[in-house]
Design a protein around this ligand. Sequence first.
Ligand SMILES: Cc1ncc(COP(=O)(O)O)c(C=O)c1O
Length: 360
Amino acid sequence: MSIWTYANRFSSTPREHQLTLGEGATPLVRSRSIGPQLGIENLFFKLEMVNPTGSYKDRFAASAISDMLAQGKTHCVATSSGNTGAALAGYCASAGIRCQIVIVEGAPTGKLSQMLAYGAQLCRVRGFGTDPETSVQVFETLSELGQRPEAALQVSAFRYSPRGMSGVQTLGYELVEQAEMPVDHVFCPAGGGGLTVAVARGCRELASEQGISPAKVHCVQPEGNDTISSPLRNGDLQGRDVDCTTKVSGLQVANVIDGNEVIAECRPLGGTGYVVTDQEVYTMQRRLAREEGVFCEPAGAVALAGAAKSIALGEVQKAEMTVCLVTGSGFKDGASVQKMVADDPCPLIGVGEIADCFSA
Ligand SMILES: Cc1ncc(COP(=O)(O)O)c(C=O)c1O
């Protein structure tokens, strides 16, 4: 079954307006090293960084921009921490749609350059991503701009762009279809929470169609952006705004956006929340690269950091099928990679010195 057949279950977009750059159908690979070391037999990574612009957000952009084409819209306005913007900029370039994006203050240069390369017009706003009030003002301003007849506001969240988010739901479908056995746990990194909601809905719907138990979908957040994870774990009904301090790009979302829906979707199926430190995330980013050959940005390692915590707490059993979403590519955040390899030399040497260099 093709990915577009999945998306069409949710989308009323006529086929002639459906835009694709080849997103979706990403690999689900078994952990060869970290899973066994953590003491579990069936740890898998869903490699979303192999999508065309390097993150799972391409699923969003494909649905959102197809919908704009179908409606005859010619102007996309958006907010982004980087990956949504890169995905929208790429799909807008393909569709011939003008793209203007307001970016969080701390977005990595790799993501900014990628958006500019696709021809998007950008600005960064001081305090956006860290200060909840600034973020509210940005959304208010862009909501107005997005109401013009030729325009549409695209934010990768159910609250603002449910059509686009239906594309992300295909990730949940794929997981259920690809797995060799019923999936017990899915660990999702969360900023605003839209990804977690989409995956939980997708897993639940396809599991119900197949008559199998749905996966427990867990929400993992850096402690500096704990808007959803602790409320979900502690039995609260709602997320909470925070002053965001995490440095993990993509997860700097100070306000509750889809957080209440994360709680409503995940809790009834046994999903819970995990909070991890930025340092734990960087350690897992390094381990994914060195021990699994999986090159991701820090946000892409957050799910694994949460899974490790869950296993240590005894909340995942040895044989349970466990999936960590690896959501974005290492090429997105050069500074995090520079930090990772800061102590690893690459000397410039003469041709006669190669053997000596490698004998060390
Ligand atoms: C790489 C990556 N992973 C995870 C997320 C979290 O998605 P959400 O804000 O929907 O929770 C983002 C959001 O930008 C992201 O860029």
